[in-house]
Design a protein around this ligand. Structure first.
Ligand code: S3P
Length: 429
């Protein structure tokens, strides 16, 4: 246990930081680089535990991947060069590694077994196993193939047309990756747009992919071609500082080179809707992904309603948005966010427990949270639920708490943001 005691912080936050590379994009860069023919350099790669699970998975299949500071060098030799791993592959806490790799492993001509930590072992895998089985995949495991550990007997797959029953980019990505090597055409349709990094990365690696509104088709069987990738800063990591600057009086913090892909920027829309002062500068686009600098300056906030199509655009930011809402006047309603129940932990229950214990006034609903602001946060001892985003949210909450906040264990933060405390320190001058 890595307990942490956080004292109230009576000053403003200021300065400029560059948050680490985007987690979703880092995973995808490793996958495409490992499947491609040729050498891929991934710069500003997120060296977090989750992305390293994806790296290790490919290393165990014979791919040479080197790390030089924050650049990853992947020696892709095409899909044909991947080897049957000798040991079961460990996915740790990483849902993205699990879901995306299942799509890929289903079509590889060998046998693999995969497993994860106790938290991943509780997360539903049937959402990817079901469409993959429709494509011909042979997957078995706990709960009739619904949970890891799973065993995958790679086989020839057939393309399908699959309409996503859940708002999940991981499911979309698993089917597209399986489709990359399936016979015929694979088409994925969605009712609500989810993050599109897989599509962007497939395009960057010269895959034959067509996007028509909410429908994506992949027909490629040619090897992907290596390309260099720059990973923009993770808006889901930036979110902790966007909220910190918005709630700690007199603060102003600038975040450089943050990914601004439209499928991820829901938190910016919410901050604006709540009256926050947020500025976007130096917008650019690299490797098919947009990015820019974000500056948030403290000002009074008011509640809002967050529902419908915006939910997938901010799903990972909801814990810290709930904290934001405790510091806004009036009521904030979050609904249609039932996916939070099956994240690293049940994030609806975790957020309500942590923030209520600290003195916030909020209630859980089946698919969201209602927050009655503005409330002073007192302090106390809380659990971070071994969930990186709950842990970081609680650390940011401590900045506005009146008394000491004690967190049971913050080691989970290394999953997505190993340098979190260093960056936080840099805003506390
Ligand atoms: C991710 C998609 C989201 C998100 C997760 C990363 C991805 O999950 O919550 O942190 O990289 O595709 P779902 O697609 O399952 O909603």
């Amino acid at each position: 246990m890595n307990e942490l005691k956080l004292q109230p912080y009576p000053k403003a936050l200021s300065g400029e930081i560059e948050v680490p590379g985007d987690k979703s994009i880092s995973h995808r860069a490793v996958i495409m680089g490992a499947l491609a023919n040729g050498k891929t350099h991934v710069s500003h790669f997120l060296d977090g535990e989750d992305c390293m699970r994806t790296v290790q998975a490919f290393r165990s299949m014979g791919v040479t991947i080197e790390k030089q500071e924050s650049t990853l060098i992947i020696e892709g030799r095409g899909i044909g060069a991947l080897e049957e791993p000798k040991e079961p592959i460990y996915f740790g806490n990483s849902g993205t590694t699990a879901r995306l790799m299942l799509g890929l492993l289903s079509g590889l001509p060998f046998f693999t077994t995969v497993y994860g930590d106790p938290y991943l072992s509780n997360r539903p895998m049937d959402r990817v196993v079901n469409p993959l089985k429709q494509m011909g995949a042979v997957i078995d495991g706990r709960g009739d193939g619904s949970y890891v550990p799973l065993a995958i007997r790679g086989t020839k797959l057939e393309g399908i047309h699959y309409t996503l029953p859940v708002k999940s980019a991981q499911v979309k990505s698993a089917v597209l990756l399986a489709g990359l090597y399936a016979e015929g055409e694979t088409k994925v349709s969605e009712h609500t747009a989810t993050r599109n990094h897989t599509e962007n990365m497939l395009k960057a690696f010269h895959a034959n992919i067509t996007i028509d509104g909410m429908h994506t088709t992949i027909t490629d069987k040619e090897p992907l071609r290596a390309t260099d990738v720059y990973v923009p800063g993770d808006i889901s990591s930036a979110a902790f500082f966007l909220v910190a600057a918005a709630i700690v009086p007199d603060s102003s913090v600038r975040l450089k080179n943050v990914g601004l892909n439209q499928t991820r920027t829901g938190i910016i829309d919410v901050l604006k809707a709540m009256g926050a002062m947020i500025e976007i500068n130096n917008q650019d686009s690299i490797s098919g992904e947009s990015l820019g600098d974000l500056t948030v300056t403290y000002t009074a906030l008011h509640g809002t309603t967050i529902e419908g199509d915006i939910i997938p655009r901010l799903i990972d930011e909801i814990p810290v948005i709930a904290l934001l809402a405790t510091q806004a006047d009036g009521t904030t309603i979050i609904r249609n966010a039932e996916e939070l129940r099956v994240k690293e932990t049940d994030r609806i229950a975790a957020v309500v427990d942590v923030l209520s214990s600290l003195g916030a006034n909020m209630e859980a609903t089946e698919d969201g949270i209602i927050i009655y602001g503005k409330t002073a946060l007192k302090g106390g001892k809380v659990s971070a639920y071994n969930d990186h985003r709950i842990a970081m949210m609680a650390v940011i909450a401590s900045l506005v708490a009146q008394k000491e906040v004690i967190l049971d264990d913050v080691s989970s933060i290394a999953v997505s943001y190993p340098e979190f405390f260093k960056d936080l320190q840099n805003t506390m001058n």
